[in-house]
Design a binder for this molecule. Structure first.
Ligand code: UDP
Ligand code: MN
Length: 448
């Protein structure tokens, strides 16, 4: 009898356990597919026109596709709705840790944990880069890494790759700005593990959530290196990544340079080389990777030649600290995240600077899938983009409004300081930018 009771109890518990697990899985499936469905349909969170839902991109998380298939922005692309969670067919839905991690961080956390706090990545540079020499005397760099609720190992690999692959004489410091993260492992545990880099690391914690733009400004205000280098908190730098950037800035203090962004796959975390591309955008103000012209990769330097770029991607770049300040840093009136990369790029070109991508400097970036608060992000991107439209686009702002008429009546705060800055810096017109830097962005009544 006792045996029967025990058996019944055992079977009951087992059935209950299986049911609970199944229920949990169903909940996640429902959650994920609902999420994908919503984003595919273009949620009406803001009750604005359909196209307002689209510009959720600062660029660096888009995968630069192989050279031949890099597309120019076209209408189809702008109509496309990017699903927030692109779950791979091979994704193991029964691995609850993986599903959870994916929803929390936007990439494969199980693999990230298994890779741990540091790893070696393949040298993806063109062979010709290995023979390049850089001056012995280079300016020093402060590396600024802001993070909000980042996965511990991905954040740590960002720091340890910089520590491993940067000569210490040019590395002034790494400034970590914790933008009010909530996760426990980013508190005491992070402090504890960063101890081994003591002397080179400054960790600043903001008192409220500032958003990427203001968090970067906080980091920059604490920097003492001659050059500021901004990185995301899920990057891994490659061999000799910093020297080309610093050498270019040493030659010309108004030169702003970006590494070529390699892709760390969000699903496998494999480090993959990117083709040589340049940054572009369309009249929806969406960032795109674009083809480089063949003459730019021909000639003696071949594919190692610096690429003139109309805009920078999400914001992995190096710039002389004094020049960053002189040029007006970032627009402090911008909120949270988005649009700041286009604004800074236009300001650089129109106000006497230059922006180049250096293919011999490589930094990997996890193209993580955004699962943040959509409404907040969309609002911020629209607000920030409108600020840049009204400050920088002159009569060409009509090209934007033509395509998105509802933007005309949306508030964008006070821009008088930024308009004044433009005057003080004696910046050129947007027409000059179009003619000289980015003639491919044609003004028309079409849809580009
Ligand atoms: N970030 C931040 N505060 C925010 C939002 C983002 O500090 O409110 C950090 C984030 O952790 C990351 C960097 O800013 O290190 C860039 O954000 P993200 O990777 O989401 O941008 P993307 O790569 O998509 O352009
Ligand atoms: Mn990123």
């Amino acid at each position: 009898m006792r045996n029967v009771v025990i058996r019944c109890f055992f079977c009951g518990s087992l059935t209950f356990g299986i049911c609970a697990a199944l229920l949990f899985l169903c909940f996640h499936y429902y959650h994920v597919s609902k999420w994908q469905e919503q984003t595919r349909e273009g949620t009406s969170v803001l009750f604005l026109d359909e196209k307002l839902q689209q510009p959720i991109s600062r660029g660096s998380w888009e995968t630069p596709t192989p050279h031949a298939s890099v597309q120019r922005p076209n209408e189809d692309e702008t109509k496309e709705q990017r699903p927030l969670l692109k779950l791979n067919k091979d994704f193991n839905y029964t691995d609850l840790e993986a599903v959870h991690g994916y929803l929390k961080y936007g990439f494969n956390v199980v693999i990230s944990k298994s890779l741990g706090k540091e790893r070696h990545v393949p040298d993806t540079r063109n062979k010709m880069c290995r023979t390049k020499h850089y001056p012995a005397r280079l300016p020093t760099a402060s590396i600024i890494i802001c993070f909000h609720n980042e996965e511990f190992n991905a954040l740590f690999r960002t720091v340890s790759s910089v520590m491993m692959l940067t000569p210490h004489r040019i590395l002034e410091e790494i400034i970590l700005v914790d933008d009010m993260s909530e996760f426990d492992d980013l508190k005491g545990k992070l402090d504890y593990h960063l101890e081994i880099f003591r002397g080179k690391i400054k960790l600043i914690r903001t008192k409220k959530r500032e958003g990427l733009i203001r968090a970067r400004l906080i980091g920059a205000s604490r920097a003492s290196g001659e050059v500021l280098v901004f990185l995301d908190s899920h990057c891994e730098v490659n061999k000799v990544w910093l020297e080309p950037l610093l050498a270019a800035i040493r030659e010309d203090h108004r030169m702003v340079v970006c590494p070529l962004i390699d892709v760390i796959d969000y699903m496998t975390l494999e480090y993959q080389p990117s083709p040589v591309v340049r940054g572009a955008f369309n009249w929806y103000l969406q960032f795109k990777w674009d083809n480089v012209f063949s003459y730019e990769v021909e000639g003696p330097e071949g594919p190692t030649r610096p690429i003139r770029s109309p805009v920078m991607a999400g914001g992995i770049f190096a710039m002389k600290r004094h020049y960053f300040n002189e040029l007006g840093q970032y627009d402090k009136g911008m909120n949270f995240w988005g649009g700041e990369n286009l604004e800074l790029s236009l300001r650089i070109w129109m106000c006497g600077g230059q922006l180049f991508i250096l293919p011999c400097s490589r930094v990997g970036h996890i193209n993580k899938q955004h699962n943040v608060d959509q409404t907040r992000v969309i609002r911020a991107v629209i607000y920030n983009n409108l600020r840049l439209v009204h400050v920088w686009l002159d009569e060409y702002k009509e090209q934007v409004f033509l395509r998105r008429p509802s933007l005309r009546s949306i508030p964008y705060g006070n821009i008088s300081e930024r308009v004044e800055l433009r005057k003080q810096l004696g910046c050129k017109s947007f027409q000059w930018y179009l003619e000289t830097v980015f003639p491919e962005l044609e003004a028309s009544n079409g849809s580009r």
